[in-house]
Design a protein around this ligand. Structure first.
Ligand code: TXA
Ligand code: MG
Length: 334
């Protein structure tokens, strides 16, 4: 099979939707990262996602819906608090974990009785989901363990020959995945930091939002697997006032050992690193998130063997950046 990137014309969107309706798998854009979709009610199609991605079968998939009505097709016993969040943050970069309806097969949810539901806001994605007319389950459209794809070319690189089409929606605006909030219990619990900040959710809920306890790891099975890893070794700096000096020292030591490092830094600090190799990540955390996964892939393409990533403040989308970098670095913090 030769995988084709399709521009998002009406006709191409219809073509991709027909693949889903016929039990196939296609990649599509969202405002967070690209997804690898199939009809969530079709077990054979869902299993194909796991095969194509090389994903462990106990790691559940998020179900993507076009509108609020479709949420009622996949989830039940939705609490008033969850409905309030749906009204405020959907469409957007929020996934809510809700009690699943029986028509969603267990292979979608990794055997769990809950389902993650998300309504993306990307216009191409919305047209695609509307054309599909069925709930579309999808993980990020990368090969398991590699950085998530934020451009059609990233998907093609990972999945060439394994799927018929990648629907091209340009570079993903947000660049890190959705925030996952468990609303299936008595209190909201954060399972994964992402595009919607904890602060915004706390404001909407009118209460503190705690992380799921470590002992509840099974609640978000995906978090235990290796993640977001390019070929290059990733080091991640703590965020402190002398960070640039610390990173520069680490860079020089590695360079002396014959390594080829590159630094991920905010635009304003580019001059602080002198002639060292840097990728400018944007003016703030929003830019950093937007460029993060693309930069990890670019480091491999440019032949760097070590990525040294600046730390960021632990607020807003910064929390998601830190989470992805801790995983990507395997906890190698300088
Ligand atoms: O932004 C996103 O969320 C992207 C786009 C494509 O929508 N999707 C995405 O999917 O990041 P994936 O499969 O790469 O990550 C989904 C995470 C996994 O860690 C999985 O364990 C968790 O969501 N998850 C899915 N359903 C769940 C459930 N019922 N309970 C707990 N965690 C769940
Ligand atoms: Mg993923």
């Amino acid at each position: 099979m030769n995988t084709k990137i399709l521009q998002p014309s009406d006709q191409n969107i219809q073509t991709c939707a027909r693949v889903i309706q016929n039990g196939g798998v296609v990649a599509f854009p969202t405002e967070t990262v690209y997804g690898l979709g199939a009809d969530a009610r079709n077990e054979r199609a869902v299993r194909e996602i796991f095969r194509v991605k090389g994903r462990p079968s106990d790691n559940p998939l998020i179900v993507h819906v076009y509108d609020a009505e479709q949420i009622e097709e996949v989830a039940q016993n939705i609490s008033p608090a969850a409905r309030k969040l749906m009204a405020q943050f959907m469409p957007g970069a929020l996934t809510l974990v809700l009690e699943k309806k029986p028509n969603i097969p267990l292979c979608v949810t990794g055997g769990l009785s809950t389902v993650g539901v998300r309504m993306p806001s990307h216009p191409v994605c919305r047209s695609f989901l509307q054309a599909c007319g069925v709930p579309v389950c999808a993980p990020s459209a990368n090969t398991s363990t590699l950085p998530s794809p934020t451009a059609a070319a990233h998907v093609l690189r990972d999945l060439q020959g394994k799927i018929p089409y990648v629907l091209d929606g340009g570079n993903c605006e947000i660049g890190v995945e959705s925030t996952i909030l468990d609303m299936s219990g008595d209190t909201p619990r954060l399972l994964r930091a992402g595009g919607v900040s904890r602060e915004a959710l706390e404001k909407a809920c009118g209460c503190r939002i705690e992380n799921a306890a470590k002992s509840d790891r099974a609640l978000c099975p995906g978090m235990k697997y290796k993640h977001y890893s390019p070929r290059a070794n990733v080091l991640f700096s703590a965020y402190y006032s002398g960070m640039a000096e610390g990173i520069a020292r680490c860079y020089d030591m590695l360079a002396q050992e014959g390594k080829r490092p590159v630094i991920l830094c905010l635009d304003a600090r580019v001059p602080a690193y002198g002639t060292r190799n840097v990728y400018a990540m944007g003016k703030d955390s929003g830019g950093y998130a937007h460029n993060l996964f693309a930069s990890l892939r670019r480091a491999d393409d440019d032949g760097f063997d070590t990525v040294i990533a600046e730390g960021v403040a632990d607020t807003g989308v910064g929390e998601a950046i830190i989470n992805r970098l801790v995983k990507s670095s395997g906890g190698q913090i300088i």
